[in-house]
Design a protein. Sequence first.
Length: 417
Amino acid sequence: MKYYKGSVIRDLTYAIDDDGKYQPVRSDGWAPKTEALDLFLDTLDDKDERDKMELLVPTEFSGHELKINHRHAAHCENGTISSLLRFYGIEMSEPMVFGLASGLFFAHLTFAKMGGLPVTAFRTFPGVLFKRITRLLGIKSASKRYLSKEKAMRKLDQLILEEKIPVGCVVGIYDLPYYPPENRFRFNGHNICIIGKDEESGDYRVLDSNATEKVTISREDLIKVRFAKGAYPLFGQMYWIKSIPQDLPERLRTDKPDKEFLKPLVLKAIKDTCRNMTSQPKWFPYVGVNGIQYLSRRMRTWEQKEGKRRARILLVQVIRMLEEIGTGGAGFRFVYGAFLQEASERTGIAELNDYSIRITEIGDMWRDFGYKASKVFKRRAGDDLTYNDLADMVEKIGEAERSFFHDLQNAVEKYMK
């Protein structure tokens, strides 16, 4: 992708290899994502400000640094949680983190705005994953916000330098200096893991799951992104692990899994995900499968009610949420497919692998929608796709997801009796 040139930021997605196994694959993006970002950049009011932004490459770091290896991940919160767990000897893949935390979701919130446009989310809301998985595993953790920037930085330094533990921080992407200017947007929900500090320079060592290597950030810039302004102020939000059950790392070993320990956790997490997607009453249209159908209905009226230009912008916003912001709809469906595949292997429930195949097919449907939606807003000669055609695709996806989650819930309940 042209906007990644010279940057350590790259896409990571999950794809099936020739043996039918999910593997993480590094990508430079694809056409619908690039085209959506092109159109989005054309509509921005801060072009002059972006032209002044500099892309800073990672610098040498010689301060105190905790021993945690960096891993590229598809989504920032999954990757940060995985890093925190890894420090305590718990080797847990990104898909397993996402699945056990019941991260898969959908919401189309017309009353919540990002850049003046409705929010379309393909996963649970920021911060939920860490709370869920620590509670599920019996891990004691802490999360805190601050009114004082200095207090927030002192606490961070205390945890890193004195207690010598890593810390997750929620930050705004717009002012992250190692992100390409074109990829920065007003989103206060990005997660990074702070693992060190150079007291002489004031720089901090960072594991950013969207990066291909460890990065650094100055104290001034870290304060700016921790207290990013906008519709959802962060107030220096940070979180960390206080203690874990003594036998937990051994019970979660990938080479010698404790099936009796892991099996009920997997089944509970899957059932919670299914309930989150299908349990809402019809009169509440915004979330779960209802939300997918709600998006389909609204899409049919965009041109008539909003006008052609506004309809294109609304469509671009959906595609950006689908393909660029976070991991996106298709991407999260593939991550969940990787979770079901791994869960099948580690629990011995072979049936879960069949559902991994089904959710992969649904992910392909979302990706096909993104491809065809890009044709609609690009208005290529010879393309006769309409908003109704796209709405038909979304409606079909909603039906497929409803059937999938109902069937999956019935399947796991058999093993819970």
